[in-house]
Design a protein around this ligand. Structure first.
Ligand SMILES: [Zn+2]
Length: 287
């Protein structure tokens, strides 16, 4: 009896210990840096919208000109090098190496404050940025006689053409008429809409902005589509890919990890940079 109990106990102990042994072996066989290699190159992407001098108007989506310059200065001091979507596409398609500490600066919506306040800073610190344009807003401010103060105006086609020639600016498509939440949430599908209806609406809208870019910006073609408000449906990405966009920008706040697979350029994650945060803390918290 005693002997049989002992055997049973030994078997139980062995069984209980097995998963632990397997786990320990598995861990021991992984080199310390393998996980980092597998994850790829970390790419933080900062999302800005508007730059405004009036402190009363500074908020989650509008920062001061001084804050922006301090950000870019700090980023440079920390050894980051800015990249654009073109750089990411070349990394995936041509194996062009990325800089050691890549970072991406993005501005959404086409506020003319980007041209007035951000561009001189980008030139001064030799930093590149992605500027996502809404066709409807550019069209509105291209009309004759429309007042355009930098505190509220959007860049018109002529100003966008000048931006498209800058080595520090890459333009992206942020829809023509879909930057609104009434009726449809940005470019997401609406209830009751069929996939083919949705495909037609989205295709026409995105192509309309590409046609304006081509005719007004000397043949410019976007590589990237930026989801208004980060809103999308399951069907959005396949349509955007079909239209030839090589990357999309979302609003999910996480770091990106790139290994060179072109699929990783879709739904890139970004951190919105609000007014009144310490840039060092803000960058350190990204994960
Ligand atoms: Zn937007």
């Amino acid at each position: 009896m005693k002997y049989r109990k002992l055997i049973l106990l030994s078997v139980l102990v062995l069984l209980a210990a097995t998963p632990l042994v397997v786990l320990l072996r598995k861990d021991a066989s992984i080199p310390a840096d393998a996980d980092a290699d597998q994850k790829g190159i970390a790419l933080p992407i900062l999302m800005y919208h508007h730059i405004i001098k009036n402190p009363a108007k500074q908020n989650k989506y509008a920062i001061s000109p001084e804050e922006f310059e301090a950000d870019i200065k700090y980023i440079k001091e920390q050894g980051y090098t800015s990249v654009t979507i073109r750089d990411l596409v070349d990394f995936c398609e041509k194996k062009t190496p990325l800089p050691e500490k890549p970072i991406m600066i993005t501005f959404d919506d086409g506020h003319d404050s980007f041209r007035v306040y951000a561009l001189p800073v980008l030139e001064k610190y030799e930093t590149k940025a992605v500027f996502s344009v809404v066709g409807e807003f550019a069209e509105e401010y291209s009309k004759e006689g429309v007042p355009a103060d930098v505190s509220y105006a959007y860049s018109n086609w002529e100003q966008l053409a000048a931006l498209s020639r800058s080595p520090y600016v890459e333009l992206a498509n942020h829809t023509f008429y879909m930057h609104k939440t009434s009726g449809r949430n940005g470019c997401a599908m609406v209830a009751g809409e069929s996939v083919s209806q949705y495909e037609q609406v989205l295709t026409e809208d995105l192509n309309l902005l590409e046609q304006h870019f081509a005719s007004k910006l000397d043949g410019y073609q976007s590589l990237c589509f930026t989801y208004p408000f980060g809103a999308k449906s399951e069907q959005t990405l396949p349509i955007v890919q079909k239209l030839g966009f090589k990357a999309t920008l979302g609003c999910y706040e996480r770091l990106n990890y790139l290994t060179g697979d072109p699929k990783e350029l879709y739904d890139l994650r970004r951190y919105n940079r609000p007014h009144n945060v310490n840039i060092a803390d803000f960058l350190a918290k990204m994960k």
